[in-house]
Design a protein around this ligand. Structure first.
Ligand code: FE2
Length: 167
């Protein structure tokens, strides 16, 4: 049986995201422990809780698509978390480093989820599109909370007429 290229790409992208979210379940507590400002600690903690929901939503998507919930190694997220923990060792620049790493992690996820939402839409997989759209909105909200100093021009903008957000 031939698999539609967009479906194969969607499953591949979801497996990348599945790995990324699993890395974050392990890596975010490290950032929480390193953070000092109460607002940053609270935002990181909240996103850690959301990350578990994101993992469960991805598993639901795999189930709907009849695809294997396979974990691919995510070099990007792993590298960002290692960089974050290294830079957080310098107390003078710790908060800026953590905010920077959190911003980069969110940008990576926002881009990847946006691609998956568009692929699910193209394939007519409405339930998958809805689940991934919820996560995409939460990633945008997390970016706004975690990175108040990030360039406003690059933050969430709703897609015209859909209420969905784009990165
Ligand atoms: Fe996430």
């Amino acid at each position: 049986m031939t698999i539609h290229p967009a479906r194969a790409r969607l499953v591949h992208e979801l497996q990348d995201l599945y790995a990324a979210e699993q890395h974050l379940l392990i890596g975010l507590p490290m950032l929480v422990n390193a953070a000092v400002p109460p607002k940053l600690v609270a935002a990181l903690r909240e996103h850690l809780g959301q990350t578990l929901t994101h993992v469960l939503r991805l598993e639901e998507c795999f189930s709907i698509l009849g695809a294997e919930a396979k974990v691919r190694h995510c070099d990007v997220v792993e590298a960002l978390l290692v960089e974050g923990s290294e830079r957080a060792k310098q107390p003078r620049r710790r908060d800026a480093a953590l905010t920077d790493v959190a911003d980069r992690l969110e940008r990576y996820q926002i881009t990847a989820y946006r691609v998956c939402v568009e692929l699910a839409h193209e394939l007519g997989e409405e339930a998958v599109e809805m689940l991934l759209g919820l996560t995409l909105e939460e990633e945008h909200a997390a970016q706004r909370r975690l990175c108040p100093l990030a360039d406003a021009k690059t933050q969430a903008k709703p897609l015209r007429g859909t209420g969905r957000a784009i990165g």
